[in-house]
Design a protein around this ligand. Structure first.
Ligand SMILES: [Zn+2]
Length: 132
């Protein structure tokens, strides 16, 4: 059975629109703080400010994740155009169909993905060690 590129493309385009919609919604919900105008409204409850800050941080981390995913989806669409879709960007081997069914924007085979994750993990460990 060969991979249905047209179907994968449709799924990727759908995902792209979904992410773009979510990202524009988040940007509207959390515009840049206006500062002086808010300050003129009098002293704000510190706890309230802290909670707002945490919520904004949380939304921002979602935005960062969705932005990263959007980039992966767009890269996958580029690979379809270039005719390299379905091949691992590291070793060039074909990515198993099952994997692409689950993650249409997958850029790496399982082996290279695991290696990348391990590298990221060891970087985190390094970072944590430096913090203490
Ligand atoms: Zn690979």
């Amino acid at each position: 059975m060969t991979l249905d590129i047209q179907q994968m493309k449709a799924r990727l385009e759908e995902k792209q629109v979904e992410l773009q919609t979510q990202l524009s919604g988040l940007t509207e919900a959390y515009p840049a703080p206006v500062g002086p105008v808010e300050a003129s409204e009098g002293p704000q409850d510190f706890e309230e400010v802290a909670v707002d800050f945490l919520e904004t941080q949380h939304e921002q981390s979602i935005m960062v994740n969705e932005q990263a995913l959007l980039t992966e989806v767009q890269d996958a669409l580029k690979r379809i155009e270039q005719g390299t879709y379905g091949k691992c960007v590291i070793c060039g081997q074909e990515i198993p169909e099952k994997r692409l069914e689950a993650i249409p924007w997958a850029a790496r085979c399982v082996k290279d993905e695991e290696q990348l994750e391990q590298r990221n993990l060891s970087q985190e460990e390094l970072y944590n060690t430096n913090t203490y």
